[in-house]
Structure formats: structure tokens, C-alpha cells
Design a protein around this ligand. Structure first.
Ligand SMILES: Nc1ncnc2c1ncn2[C@@H]1O[C@H](COP(=O)(O)OP(=O)(O)O)[C@@H](O)[C@H]1O
Ligand SMILES: Nc1ccn([C@H]2C[C@H](O)[C@@H](COP(=O)(O)OP(=O)(O)O)O2)c(=O)n1
Length: 225
């Protein structure tokens, strides 16, 4: 009889501030290792989009909209999609209006409790394993993940990356607000500026995306040994 324990699906948890490269890195790691991919920020963004659509403004109104919402998240790293109450908002959640208001939604305690539970369910159902990224994955959503990384980068590099991504659509002051002010607001409810115990810090300021992916894949391979 085989007495070897069945290996658990691998969970890789990545946190970090805006523009540190979480989404691109997590997708790259998921592709390389054949795992699913979960962008938890997209869930907060979809809720912010729905709160705006329904005119929810107070924390109570926002919490009511989020807890009643049907959220559908697909976890293919090549085509991650998100729908809320039947509307696919994959593209809309990247609009500057959503970036400007999402922290108001993400800082409502009931919203966090609700979305953390949904994220834990998605992670638990990922039979081939998953790379999940956000602000509180290493500390709250998946604190027992065998691979936990805090991805950081200097503020100037993060603003420059976001600016390059958004191009002509927004000016530097707007991008700085989206990155620096949002991090300040978000860090009131999640700890992503300092690594929790056992979390590996990777500084991407002077690393290419491929180099960052390589490092995390190596950490995953070490954890699997
Ligand atoms: N190591 C890196 N070096 C240079 N640019 C990067 C690196 N990692 C990510 N980027 C780019 O920076 C931008 C922001 O990355 P993203 O993954 O969206 O960050 P986050 O999810 O942390 O906000 C994207 O345009 C991405 O291609
Ligand atoms: N696990 C998470 C993920 C995101 N959030 C919040 C914080 C952010 O302002 C928004 C959007 O996150 P997202 O990862 O899309 O933001 P960036 O791509 O890093 O700019 O959601 C959170 O509070 N907890």
C-alpha cells in the first residue's frame, strides 16, 4: 500500500504595493508552473465598479452591495476574467475612475471579510495549485502557503511603470495619486509594506520581469523538495 501522503496543490502567495509587478509576475509564475492565477485586486475593483454603478456611497451601502453580489472569477493565467452580477467587467475595472475609488471599497471591513472568504474558496478549489496576488495574501488569505513573497520596488519605478502602461490617458499627477496615495490608504487595512515572518522579499526595482519570475519559480521548486 502506498503510504506517501497525497501532495497538496501548491499555493504561491504574492503581496506588494501598486506597480511592484504583482499581476505580471504572478501570471508568469502560474504559466511556468502550470498553475491557476488569482488577481484579488480585480475582485476589489469589480466591487468598486458595482458600487459606482448602483450609487452606493456610505460604507453600509457599499457593504450591502458587495455581500449581495454574484462574483464570477476565472483563473486561467492566459485569460483571467471577472464578472459581477452577470456583467463582464474585465476591461472596465482598469479605468482610472475605478483606480481612484477602489480604496474606499477595499477599506470597508465587511467587504474584506466577504472577499477574503471568496478568495479562500477559489484557492481551496484550485486542484492544480494557484498563484494568488494582492495585499493580504501572505498574511490573511493564505498565511500557510508554502511560498510567500512580498514584491517591492522603489516608488519612482512603480509610478514610471504605471505611467508607461497607461500612456497618454492620464497625467503624472493622476498616476502618482493612483499609486502612492492609494498605497497609503490601502496600507491602513493590510500590511504589505513590511514582510511578515517567513515571507521572502523580492525587490524588482532593478530586475526584469523574467528575472523576478525566475526567482519565484526557484522558491517554489525549493518548497516542493
Ligand atoms: N520587473 C519588472 N520590470 C519592469 N517592468 C515591470 C516589472 N514587473 C512588472 N512590470 C511592468 O510594470 C507594470 C505594472 O505591473 P503590474 O504587474 O500590473 O503591477 P501590480 O500588479 O503590482 O500593480 C506593467 O506594465 C508591467 O509590465
Ligand atoms: N488582497 C487585496 C488586493 C487588492 N486590494 C485593494 C487595494 C488596491 O487599491 C485595489 C486594487 O488592487 P490591484 O492589485 O488591482 O491594484 P494595482 O494593480 O496594484 O494597482 O484593491 C486589497 O485591499 N486587498
Amino acid at each position: 500500500m502506498n503510504t506517501e501522503p497525497t501532495p497538496q496543490p501548491l499555493v504561491v502567495a504574492i503581496d506588494g504595493p501598486s506597480g511592484s509587478g504583482k499581476s505580471s509576475t504572478a501570471r508568469g509564475v502560474a504559466r511556468r508552473l502550470g498553475l491557476d492565477f488569482l488577481d484579488t485586486g480585480a475582485m476589489y475593483r469589480a466591487c468598486a465598479w458595482e458600487a459606482a454603478r448602483t450609487g452606493a456611497e456610505t460604507p453600509e451601502q457599499i457593504a450591502a452591495v458587495v455581500t449581495a453580489a454574484e462574483l464570477q472569477v476565472t483563473t486561467d493565467p492566459d485569460d483571467p476574467r471577472i464578472s459581477i452580477n452577470g456583467t463582464d467587467v474585465t476591461r472596465e475595472i482598469r479605468d482610472p475612475e475605478v483606480s481612484a475609488t477602489v480604496s474606499r471599497v477595499a477599506t470597508v471591513p465587511e467587504v474584506r471579510v466577504d472577499l477574503v472568504l471568496r478568495q479562500q474558496q477559489i484557492i481551496g478549489e484550485a486542484t492544480r495549485g494557484i498563484v494568488a496576488e494582492g495585499r493580504d495574501i501572505t498574511t490573511v488569505v493564505a498565511p500557510h502557503a508554502p511560498v510567500r513573497v512580498l514584491l517591492v520596488a522603489d516608488p519612482d519605478a512603480r509610478v514610471a511603470r504605471r505611467q508607461a502602461e497607461l500612456g497618454e490617458k492620464v497625467d503624472t499627477a493622476q498616476v502618482t495619486d493612483q499609486v502612492i496615495r492609494r498605497d497609503r490608504d490601502d496600507s491602513t487595512v493590510a500590511t504589505f509594506t513590511e514582510a511578515a515572518e517567513g515571507v521572502t522579499v523580492v525587490d524588482s526595482t532593478h530586475l526584469s520581469l523574467d528575472e523576478v519570475v525566475d526567482r519565484i519559480v526557484r522558491l517554489a521548486e525549493e518548497a516542493a523538495r
